[in-house]
Ligand binder design. Structure first.
Ligand code: GLY
Length: 355
């Protein structure tokens, strides 16, 4: 029997392919463009082409894999290609890939001819539980993450956990960070379950789906991030700055998004415990759980100074003020918290002392 989970425009399970084909049959798009990257073209496109029923031959677009290609230059290449191929307003872009493909492909679709239809088929864990849900699209500006973009929901999101079979383990770990975040901000039980997350078990799809439900509830209540949605940025204020810092250190391998966010969550939870009384035993549980999964990074005083300077680019800032999301407990938060620099430095010392 085909399995189907559905909330809003998100479909998950083997039955989701029928929902996708029904959507395409109903809309009669003039052309379908499938956006892949160099990895998903090899590992995921054959499965999509097998399952897809579309009355015309889809055209395959390809970008290079990796965060460093999430740029306006890559968009230019795609806009030009769409134009050269006579894509019209009734075309659809099917984004097949991780967060870079869904964010960038969504942005290209939202802006080409002032907006054409698009849908997301996330193939990484990160994109399944976070990037493909909630309509955030965009590109980086140099090493600064997601500075240019728009919010528009894809018409449909299709989750098929079988795509995870070919995902490298560091990318699985990266996506897991966002699931752990959903646990920290919404449910301690879910955090506990995710700490032992594995793929290819009976629970894999259910755990991923729970993340989708947590995120979906928040973005439905606050789609444009006026308040509640900022909660999804837990750990991202310092996490994004750390990620940008590592991107700037190229040619050293950059930290994956989730690896940076995992550090950001330990720092934010330490700050929460000092500033809002987040329980110490829960801080210890989060820190030791995360430390067991993610490789430890070391930061010199100079690194920390540079990272703190990058905080001025955070998208939650207002009037030059850096606004943190902090927690009083699991599932009890405060947005727009100002944090003294001395406490940020203390948080880095706490992280450095973790075994
Ligand atoms: N990744 C955070 C959000 O979608 O709001």
């Amino acid at each position: 029997m085909q399995q189907l989970k559905n909330i809003g425009s998100v479909y998950c399970g083997t039955g989701a392919w029928n929902s996708l084909n029904a959507y395409l049959a109903e809309k009669h798009h003039s052309r379908a463009f499938i956006l892949t990257d160099t990895n998903t073209r090899v590992h995921c496109l054959p499965k999509l082409l097998d399952a897809l029923s579309f009355d015309k031959e889809p055209h395959i677009l390809e970008i290079s894999a990796g965060e460093q290609h999430k740029t306006i230059a890559t968009c230019m290449k795609l806009w030009n290609e769409l134009s050269r191929l006579n894509a019209d307003r009734y075309s659809i872009i099917i984004n097949l890939g991780g967060g870079v493909v869904t964010d960038l492909g969504g942005f290209v679709a939202c802006t080409f001819k002032r907006g054409i239809d698009f849908l997301n088929i996330p193939t990484s864990l990160l994109a399944m539980v976070d990037a493909s849900i909630g309509g955030k699209t965009g590109v980086d500006l140099g090493s600064l993450k997601n500075q240019v973009g728009v919010i528009r929901e894809p018409s449909l999101v299709l989750l098929d956990v079988n795509f995870l079979d070919t995902l490298p383990s560091d990318h699985l770990r990266s996506g897991l960070a966002e699931m752990l975040k959903h646990g920290i901000i919404a449910s301690e039980d879910y955090f506990d379950a995710c700490i032992n997350f594995e793929i290819n078990t009976a629970e894999t799809e259910d755990l991923i789906w729970e993340s989708v439900l947590i995120k979906h509830k928040i973005v439905t209540e606050d789609p444009t991030e006026k308040g509640l949605r900022k909660l999804l940025n837990y750990g991202h204020t310092l996490g994004h700055a750390i990620e940008s810092y590592f991107l700037d250190q190229q040619p050293n391998a950059p930290l994956l998004h989730g690896e940076a966010i995992a550090i950001g969550m330990i720092l934010a939870t330490y700050i929460s415990s000092e500033q809002l009384g987040f329980p110490k035993e829960s801080l210890e549980k989060i820190s030791s759980g995360i430390s067991k999964i993610y490789p430890k990074q070391s930061f010199s005083e100079e690194d920390i100074t540079t990272i703190c300077k990058l905080l001025i680019y955070d998208k939650k800032n207002s009037n030059g003020r850096i606004n943190f999301v902090l927690l009083k407990d699991f599932d009890d938060h405060e947005i727009n918290c100002e944090v003294p620099n001395s406490l940020i430095l203390e948080a880095f010392s706490y992280y450095a002392a973790l075994s």
